[in-house]
Design a protein around this ligand. Structure first.
Ligand SMILES: *[C@@H]1O[C@H](CO)[C@@H](O)[C@H](O)[C@H]1NC(C)=O
Ligand SMILES: *[C@@H]1O[C@H](CO)[C@@H](O)[C@H](O)[C@H]1NC(C)=O
Ligand SMILES: *[C@@H]1O[C@H](CO)[C@@H](O)[C@H](O)[C@H]1NC(C)=O
Length: 243
């Protein structure tokens, strides 16, 4: 009797399942990169917050104006990272003409494929993929058409407008008609809101460069790239802990 199609597919799938980075391996490595990036992301957002406070509006209630961006990033960073690393770059068998090259599948496989050994061999590329994905995600959530950006812009512009309106009565002299002074100064408030919007855009546009700086520079796929976002010893040991 022929084996059932289901059994056949299990039999055929076994050798791949044993040597490929799947399931726990994919989840673990993705979490490791997302988790390690939380430090550089936090330091970049901290710097951006400081610039907003210095250049545009005072801090309010000890809260960060950037919370909506951090929330959007946190919500989606895992999925983006998994896709960028795994199916997009590391996937498939390592065999060349049906033969496993030296070092494959593990621990140091010079063929781009879906095994821990391949991730270790191409670590400079893996490190750059993780950086690039993080930078692109931040760019996406700070772009002018993102919901998170609109929320931040709304809060910052409102705070700037409030500050400008609070300053207006100081222009009024004793005995002036305050409502009249407010009306005359509406263009001033509008101008302050417009310049807050423009300054916010300029500040957020620095994020990609600030992230590269937080990672030690050299943001490219090279052996000496991203020295502060490499974590190579710990990461490679962790990657090879998967069979
Ligand atoms: C980066 O991730 C690896 C693997 O999870 C871990 O061993 C290491 O401590 C992390 N490093 C930092 C700085 O978070
Ligand atoms: C979180 O992500 C899911 C899908 O990835 C999306 O539907 C949801 O709107 C997001 N929530 C926030 C707060 O961004
Ligand atoms: C950088 O990341 C984006 C988003 O994931 C992707 O579309 C692009 O191809 C990546 N570029 C490189 C050079 O990896």
């Amino acid at each position: 009797m022929w084996p059932s199609l289901q059994l056949l597919s299990i039999l055929l799938a076994v050798p791949v399942a044993v040597f490929a980075c799947e399931g726990e391996c994919i989840v673990g490595i993705t979490h490791a990169f997302v988790g390690n990036y939380s430090n550089p992301i936090q330091s970049v957002l901290h710097e951006i917050d400081n610039q907003i406070i210095e250049r545009i509006v005072p801090q309010h209630d000890g809260m960060s104006y950037l919370q909506p961006i951090l929330t959007a990033y946190t919500n989606s960073s895992y999925d983006g990272m998994e896709t960028a690393i795994f199916p997009s770059y590391f996937h498939g068998k390592c065999q060349v003409n049906g033969v496993d090259p030296k070092g494959c599948p593990n621990p140091d496989c010079p063929v781009v494929c879906g095994t821990p050994g391949s991730l270790v061999h191409f670590y400079p590329t893996l490190r750059f993929i993780a950086f690039n994905e993080t930078r692109e995600a931040m760019r996406l959530y700070t772009s002018s058409d993102s919901e998170a950006y609109r929320q931040v812009e709304h809060d910052v512009v409102r705070a700037a407008g409030k500050q400008a309106r609070a300053a207006v009565p100081r222009f009024a002299r004793y005995g002036d008609d305050v409502a009249g002074v407010m009306g005359e100064n509406m263009p001033y408030v509008k101008k302050r809101e417009e310049s807050a919007k423009k300054a916010l855009r300029e500040i957020l546009d620095e994020i990609p460069d600030l992230l590269a700086k937080a990672c030690g520079g050299s943001a490219k796929d090279s052996v000496d790239g991203l020295p502060s976002c490499s974590w190579d010893a710990a990461m490679q040991e962790y990657i090879l802990s998967f069979p």
